[in-house]
Design a protein around this ligand. Sequence first.
Ligand code: PBG
Length: 326
Amino acid sequence: MQTRTRRLRSTEAIRKLVRETRVSSSALIYPLFVRAGTGVVEPLPAMEGQTRYSADTVVKAVEAALQVGVSSFLLFGLPDSKDEIGSGAYADDGVIQQSLRNLKGAFQDDICLITDLCLCEYTSHGHCGVIANADVDNDATLALLAQTAVSQAAAGADIIAPSGMMDGTVATLRAALDTYGMIQVPIMSYAAKYASAFYGPFRDAAGSAPQFGDRKSYQMDYHNSREALRRVLADVDEGADMIIIKPALTDLDIIARVSDATKIPIAAYSVSGEYAMIKAAAKLDLIDEYKAMCESAVTVFRAGAGMLITYFALELAEAIKRGDIG
Ligand code: PBG
């Protein structure tokens, strides 16, 4: 074999040509927080740069996102009042239902609206389901989730994303949607969701921190990875069309493993704590925010995710447009 005495030529154009990972703004999903009321444009202190909207103002936010090339959104609702059974989640005039109608009215199928389906933002105790004997009652919760999914789909949701981690959720939702003739509405299940410290800023933003206990009985232990695979396969079996793995950066191994083991489309959720870490470290001048944002997004795709849910969606779309990544 001939010994090389020179390095291969490496121009920016060549490096871009041989890149193994391509990213596109069409793979980005931007989370939006909508609360009750009108005219709300409220900065979220725990998540600098993110905003809480109401069902009317969210239309402008989506219009701005469309302009930079982001057209998929994950909607979270913050109701006016909460109760034991999270009834704001499935109310016909609920904050999410109103937002869906307004957004679909304005943009039709130019946008893809994914609704986070969970009760924790709507329950007074902050847990993801109804409580019985100081614990979440799995089966009683399923009935309410089914009602919520049908109500969201009827209001215009393109994809339903159950995040509550109750056993049997996907099968229950599929059956409920099919019963109401919504057989065409896909389910994107949060199949592998770890009980994570990185959800802290979100719980502040959504006012959904549990008032007692924690979510460890229904979210996964981060010591486990085969369990993630088992849950993904179970959700696929129950009829999930796509799955979410969350958080993202602490779960690159899980993303890779699931992507090797299945053909199901994978969305990784770069959660609020990941966003806040980059923001906070950049503020202290410890890291370059833009570069850290780009690197952490691309590596999630490199690991095997096909979609990325991220609070940096708009900035990433600009980075892609500029050719800094992609
Ligand atoms: C549950 C839900 C949570 C997040 C998304 N959906 C909170 C939780 O599990 O406690 C967290 C997202 C983030 O941290 O950005 N409805």
